[in-house]
Design a protein around this ligand. Structure first.
Ligand code: ATP
Length: 323
């Protein structure tokens, strides 16, 4: 029988649930939200609150439900069950969205061809009463040198930055960025993330999605990990990194020792693979010392660093095994 334990993820989840009873009106509130596309369950009972001024990353592998969550927050989709609130109102109502002063950079968004970068920004600025100046937008998006280029001549990364500028045209207080660094090279990515940091420092609320843990370092104060439509962890980027940088320690062990092994504090998860026991831990050195202290032998010992994907799985399997 496989037995699992994931204490740290649990404690963070408890904290997220406790947050549901905090300040009276968060910017965003999802309450037991599910979203189905036909038979596909993209979100399965997601509850979360995002407060004004927070910088939050939704992190998860492909298909985890990140875009669906953002689309619900933006009022582009309605939940199948549960409730989504934007500043206490229904985000599918245009007046609620306008009052929230939101900007969004969505995945696979397109811009019209046969128009120059600067002209396009000017057109979009004319839609807003409180727009940012075109030069400032060009500066933020590092597109000053491309302002006279036609949009169809931009590279993938430049196009991403133009979409970023378009998301900022109305000087939003709440900014949604869905996989914003996709297609950017390392240098552009670094500069781009610095711009997002500045926007947050200026007091904006930022919600971004990514499957790249490196994107959230120093950028998002809070990281919500989604997997298969569920929140599997909610904590600071340091906590999530520590969790996602775990190791697997495996060795030959009698099954009757599994209870004892599961009770060792450094063991976040325990799994059996035939005669071997596999322990998921954040610190294999400390765990080995603990095993020694408990007099547990570790024949045929193997230690392997967990990939981010495996760490996600280590966090999610427990949920699936619960009744
Ligand atoms: P990615 O990182 O690949 O963008 P994601 O975390 O944003 O993934 P979603 O795009 O929200 O995930 O998709 C969640 C699940 O819902 C996936 O299984 C996806 O195939 C499915 N899905 C999303 N949109 C639709 C749709 N319009 N019709 C049917 N299924 C959909």
């Amino acid at each position: 029988m496989t037995e699992t334990l994931e204490r740290r993820g649990m404690s963070m989840k408890v904290r997220a649930e406790a947050a549901l009873t905090q300040s009276p009106q968060p910017v965003i509130c999802l309450d037991q939200v599910t979203k189905c596309y036909g038979t596909v369950q993209a979100l399965r009972g997601v509850s979360l609150r995002i407060e004004a001024g927070e910088s939050v990353a939704l992190l998860g592998p492909n298909g985890a439900g990140k875009t669906t969550a953002i689309s619900l927050m933006l009022g582009l989709l309605r939940p199948s069950t549960g409730r989504v609130l934007l500043n206490g109102g229904d985000p599918t109502v245009p007046a609620v969205r306008r009052a929230a002063r939101l900007g969004a950079m969505l995945q696979n968004a397109r811009v019209i061809d046969l128009v120059r970068v600067r002209e396009l920004l000017d057109v979009f600025r004319s839609y807003y009463a409180q727009s940012l100046p075109t030069d400032e937008l060009l500066e933020i998006a590092q597109l000053r040198e491309k302002q006279q280029s036609y949009t169809q001549h931009l590279s993938g990364g430049e196009l991403q930055r133009l979409l970023f500028a378009l998301a900022l045209v109305g000087n939003p207080r709440l900014l949604f960025l869905d996989e914003p660094t996709a297609g950017m090279d390392v240098a552009s990515r670094r500069r781009f993330l610095e711009r997002i940091r500045e926007l947050h420092r200026d007091g904006r609320t930022i919600v971004l999605t990514t499957h790249n843990l490196a994107d959230v370092e120093g950028l998002s104060q809070r990281v919500i990990v989604l997997n298969e439509g569920r929140i599997v962890a909610d904590g600071s980027s340091e906590e999530i990194r520590a969790m996602a940088s775990g190791q697997f320690v495996s060795f030959l062990a009698e099954e009757q020792n599994d209870q004892l092994l599961a009770a060792i504090p450094g063991v976040l998860r325990i799994e059996r693979q035939g005669p071997r026991v596999v322990l998921f831990t954040r610190d294999s050195d400390a765990l080995l010392k603990d095993l020694q202290r408990h007099g547990i032998a570790t024949p045929h010992l193997e230690i392997r660093r967990a990939s981010l994907e495996e760490a996600f799985l280590a966090l999610t399997r427990r949920e699936e095994e619960q009744p």
